[in-house]
Design a protein around this ligand. Sequence first.
Ligand code: NAD
Length: 461
Amino acid sequence: MEQYIEQIVKEVLKEMNGGAPKSAAELGIFTDMETAIAQSAQAQRQVANLSMAEREKIIANIRKKTVENARKFAEMGVSETGMGNVPHKIAKHELLAAKTPGTEDITTAAFSGDNGLTLIEQGPFGVIGAITPCTNPSETVISNTIGMLAAGNTVVFNPHPAAIEVSNYAVRMLNQASVEVGGPENIAASTLKPTVESSGVLFKHPSVQLLAVTGGPGVVTAALKSGKRAIGAGAGNPSVLVDETADIKQAAVYIINGATFDNNLPCIAEKQVVAVDKIMDELMYYMEQNGCYKVNSVEIGKIVDTVLVKKDGCYGLNRDFVGKSAVEILRAIGVDSNARCIIFEGSSEHILVQEELMMPILGIVRAKSVDEGIKLAVELEHGNRHSVHMHSKNVDNLTRFGQAADTAIFVKNAPSYAALGFGGEGFCSFTIASRTGEGLTSARTFTKSRRCVMSDALCIR
Ligand code: NAD
């Protein structure tokens, strides 16, 4: 596997450099974090002096190259991490290329009146330190860079070690895109071997002015303790609630489409369902009609033993099964099926309902009423305040659930991926700052405010 990835990287580097292999460092990859940060700081001085039109020219080329390389990113991502699937990863790259906001997201507020003119402009922070996950590796690297660059920043990544090749391939492509249209090198930087120690250097370095952290609770907490301003995009465990007023057949299709997207890797994807008693059996019937495999109690036990590991009396994820398809999971328990998703009825305490599995397994919890459903669905989101979804035609129920969950994302009567701009309105982001409250990040998230005042200098006595 390692040799295969190495070979792909070599080929890609060769292609990107017109046949002549360049050293990795020339395209933003450095052997150590200190050098990456120093080079990024130097590049940032150049980026800050680019006009908006020049930044936009680089971003346009990034969008173009992302689409051209979408298949390569998707194949590298699946092959290196063993997670997700190629067609959906291609779609994610195409989506981010089209819908990640650029410089148009940076706006100036103006106040004019008897005493003159005041502008509130949005300026860059400088060098941003970014941590990226293995679940959407190149997607996060590219969409972060578009927004950060649009705002006049440069970025140093400490990517997930399990996705380092595809993440660094993205960093190289970003710099190539800049240089090709006359922009600076090192708009994005990374290291050859990121570690927890190298993220520590990023978290503490005086030249890094802002952190943008996308990942699980551990890394977001570490960044928030660093003493620097941090944008924290943490874990989700989205519940989807279905009440008796929903179009049940349609809800089943949408839930399965969302929950199987990239094998359930996205943090916004449906992770468990709460359905009111009245329509529960009908919902499960339509889910089975739409390619779900309903496991029996013996099979559920086997799935628990397969996709989870028990250490010191606590369950954790068996990483070998994160982002795998339902077919692969079922095969591992001896079931031959071409199902898209695995479903079962379970209590809200069931470990497969409680855990953020990131695989196409949906526990379905029966609620006596919509009130009980709201309570259970909120509890199962575990206070992440990240995402919930609901299928209902009752506006009061939708409003009550939205208010109770208080999440950064609430999708109604659609698959979860509508929140990313997929078949839904609005821009795309792969960094959803649930922990720190910015919500879906975009260029303006990576700016600081500057108030410029021109007045008639009225004296105050
Ligand atoms: P992860 O937390 O294992 O890793 C994320 C990154 O943090 C990696 O680069 C990893 O090397 C680093 N890291 C982990 N612990 C660290 C520590 N203590 N100090 C410094 N660095 C550390 O997450 P993952 O498995 O790559 O991704 C899945 C998780 O991320 C899920 O919980 C998912 O919900 C979440 N996620 C959130 C968003 C969002 O936008 N909110 C997006 C994608 C993924």
